[in-house]
Ligand binder design. Sequence first.
Ligand code: IPM
Ligand code: MG
Length: 370
Amino acid sequence: MKELELACESFRKLVQEQLDRVANAKSEKVDYSTKKTVTIGIVDGDGIGPIITGEAVKVLEHLLKDEIAAGSIVLKKIEGLTIENRLALNEAVPKAVLEEIKTCDVLLKGPTTTPMGGKMESANVTLRRELDLYANVRPVSIPEEGIDWMFYRENTEGEYVLGSRGVELPGLAMDFKVTTDFGTRRIARAAFEYAKNNGKTRVSIVTKANIMKKTDGKFTAICHEVAQDYPDITVDDWYIDIMTANLVNTKLRNQFQVILLPNLYGDIITDEAAQIQGGVGTAGSANIGDRYAMFEAIHGSAPRMIERGQGEYANPASMVKASAMLLRHICRVDAAERLEKAMDACDVVVSRYTPGATAYAYTDALIKLL
Ligand code: IPM
Ligand code: MG
């Protein structure tokens, strides 16, 4: 069958590409404590993106006004990463936009719309790959319940790396999942280092290695190998199905600390965790690589809110939290702490249901608390 031949040929190419990806990977770490100028790229995104990103930028401009005036921090607006432009050019991230992004150090990015089906890759996935943002770091905390979770989600491999390049034959469709020693080792290292440096005593590895034997089996094995360098940290293994149940088990859930997992499980469970915290609108997300980093909301662009004319009720807290993570990443710890304290103290609840405040009312109140 001709289709079979074509599929096998394209599979060979995919495998070769993945081998090359690992062989050519490089790491150039940036030291933000000494870097003279830090450029923060601002990408609005789609749907509610421009509203919540705009509000987060107001907060950053306020917090960083001295450094912006002195030129040690530059906020650089990047246009063109809109769904309209991406579709018109038929590029997930238009080349010119990517080049501009690469002139920045870090990025604050609003949610972008991902077309369902079709061939176009999600802009997020493209950016994570092109900028090699391998660690997706997502904190969730509920102090009243003693919950302080930190998710370390592998961000460049798994089901995502070839997600838009599966194979379709008449009556059959196949997608691929890729796990490498290299990719697993670096996310595991990041998770254990976080644990060690932040007084955490437990790392929980979450997979479905009873079913995805090769890929998740490798992920588990490599994580345990890395764990040997951290004898003071307790390590345990869970399957993703029971872990989703654990997170709604109020007797157990506050015992988890750092949760280390492959890409797709990390995607799914962090939405669950964010909902437990108070809604996806309350959760920020960091995509960290050695050279670049990108900070965003955990959620999507909410096109339905825009269609219903409710955009001003989108919660900017997700982007503001992402901004606090950005500040920590570029070693502006004082500014990050000021922002986190103000967020804790701000009692304005953004909601489209009555009584509820707008995004703008939230930011006004927050800035007064800074
Ligand atoms: C996330 C999002 C993305 C993902 C989408 C937008 C591709 O859901 O950051 O969690 O699946 O990773
Ligand atoms: Mg997600």
